[in-house]
Design a protein around this ligand. Sequence first.
Ligand code: SF4
Ligand code: SF4
Length: 365
Amino acid sequence: MAVELMFAKYAPKNLEPKNSIGAKWLRLLDTVDLASVVAGKRTAIKLHLGGNVGFTSIHPFFVRKLVDKIKQAGAAQVFATDGAGAVRSAVDRGYTQEVLGCQIVPVSGTADRYFYTQPVEPPFLSLSEVELAGEIVDAEALIDLSHVKGHGDCGFGGASKNLSMGAVTGRTRGAIHGLEGGLVWDEEKCVNCGACVENCPNGAMSFDKQGKLNVFYHHCKFCQHCVLICPEKAIRMEGGRYKDFQKGMALATTKVLETFQDKNVLYINFLVDVTIFCDCWGMTTPAIVPDIGILAGRDIVAVEQASLDMIRMEDLIPGSLPEGTELGDTGHLFERIHRKDPYVVIDYLEELGNGTRDYVVTEVE
Ligand code: SF4
Ligand code: SF4
């Protein structure tokens, strides 16, 4: 049976404030029966707080209004959460306790050591367990509040990536990324510009005294920033097993959701500022399609499917992609950009029993 998703369209039918996305957001939240998710519960809002000079994560206005509505719906407690690094610098991008109206806590502690280990049975390749972030496991209700955008490793990031990469420890994130393959450096092509070392978000790269590039795999999270930033294409990911990466993501997402036995989870996807890369790049680039709106529902598979379906090739904004980007001939817009089918993770999520791809969209007036 088709799952109903609520949708607030970004474009207003006229210029009255009540028809703008800010006002529609409040009405959308009134349609999703928040009380049935959060009433009497310790409620976590998992979102990405962005990083460095990136400012297109979900605007604090929307988070503040969501927090107000969660309180009105009778939550016992509400807090916003993300990785420790993003929490530490959140104030730079306008996220504070005062603005949001709730605490902002590191999802797995300030040292990334607060987690619960869950086995993956049977193991999937090298993934035999996942370390689930302690603050998510301890919560009784979850709002999976996600910014939808492209992603170099798996095509796109939305509700599933917010949990599989954002509600686990750095070690598990690295293990899931590692399913895709290892890094290979081509010395012949390298011009020693240093961009890869400088831009590795985890300090995992260095040149040794002999001028050889070393990767410290204990720190590497296989994000592939170095692969994408190298002007000479001197670093590549060996294996290119992006489908294994996507399956790892789906497995981790499933493990996170299993901790909410009574299914007290609401998924909200923001199809706004849809950029080519993930917020974890720590920078903002142009939106590649016009702002679409906000989707909400109780089924992660349906929400992800509908989100991708709404991001259409024909809406690509000319000039929004980095210079020199060559588009592939077929598939979803994200597949043409990143050469990776973004629907794969949704197939796995459905296969693992997390929901259905069959949806209907009801627009909030
Ligand atoms: S893949 Fe990411 S974490 Fe690993 S070395 Fe490259 S930039 Fe650093
Ligand atoms: S970014 Fe590429 S060219 Fe520059 S130092 Fe790293 S590997 Fe070499």
